[in-house]
Write a protein that binds this ligand. Structure first.
Ligand code: GSH
Length: 216
């Protein structure tokens, strides 16, 4: 199987996680961010992740990919339950964290941004959503204060290092870890001890590396 992704894409991290959890191999293909032809050719729109199955058919939508892999390869590992508090946390942080992330992604030497045209494509698209990248970088401290407070609140909801709900791997982990992983590209974020342990344990189980060593 092949999985088309961008390294920074949180939905792609969701799809990568299920392969890591189940120790299944997959060929990871990192598309250039400005490559429109490949995804449109596969699924009719410019989107990742895309799974190309063994029969050659292509499937978009991160949670559909996660479910397909969990249901069809070995014992299922995920519970579908998501606590409303976790859903609320994801929604709240999702409303502002791209102000921290988008301007940093283009500075991390990621494969999807190897060309200047890919950087320009992303910058143009995301600037319309969050405003000027340099201004957002200059305003980092205000967003870092917000995320530090939200991480303190999250720490109450993480009940084990290897499963947020304390009972079983679940869609909570599939949705939460990609957000926390992407935040590791931001210097100055303070992770409560249990959130930090969760982050590292999930990275190991999911086989998805963090950005801590190149945080900006
Ligand atoms: N609902 C989709 C959302 C996927 C999505 O929004 N992917 C983004 C990348 S993070 C994308 O491909 N955007 C188009 C673009 O970058 O031009 C899923 O869960 O897979």
């Amino acid at each position: 199987m092949k999985l088309y992704v961008y390294d920074h894409c949180p939905y792609c991290v969701r799809a990568r996680m299920i392969f890591g959890f189940k120790k299944l191999s997959v060929e990871l293909i990192i598309l250039a961010n400005d490559d429109e032809a490949t995804p449109i050719g596969l699924v009719g729109k410019k989107v990742v992740p895309i799974l190309v199955k063994e029969d050659g058919s292509a499937m978009p939508e991160s949670l559909d990919i996660v479910k397909y892999i969990d249901d069809n390869f070995g014992e299922t590992v995920l519970s579908e339950q998501v606590r409303p508090e976790i859903e609320a946390w994801i929604k709240q942080v999702g409303e502002y964290y791209n102000h921290l992330l988008s301007p940093r992604f283009v500075q991390l030497d990621l494969a999807e941004f190897a060309s200047q045209s890919a950087v320009n494509y992303f910058t143009k698209k995301k600037t319309t959503l969050i405003g000027d990248f340099a201004e957002n970088l200059a305003n980092s401290l205000q967003y870092i204060a917000k995320i530090n407070a939200d991480l303190t609140a999250l720490s109450e909801l993480i009940h084990a290092d290897d499963k947020a709900n304390g009972a079983q791997l679940s869609l909570e982990d599939i949705m939460l870890f990609p957000m926390l992983r992407n935040l590791t590209c931001v210097k100055g974020i303070v992770y409560p001890a249990n959130v930090e342990r969760y982050l590292h344990k999930m990275a190991e189980l999911a086989q998805v590396s963090l950005y801590l060593d190149r945080a900006i």
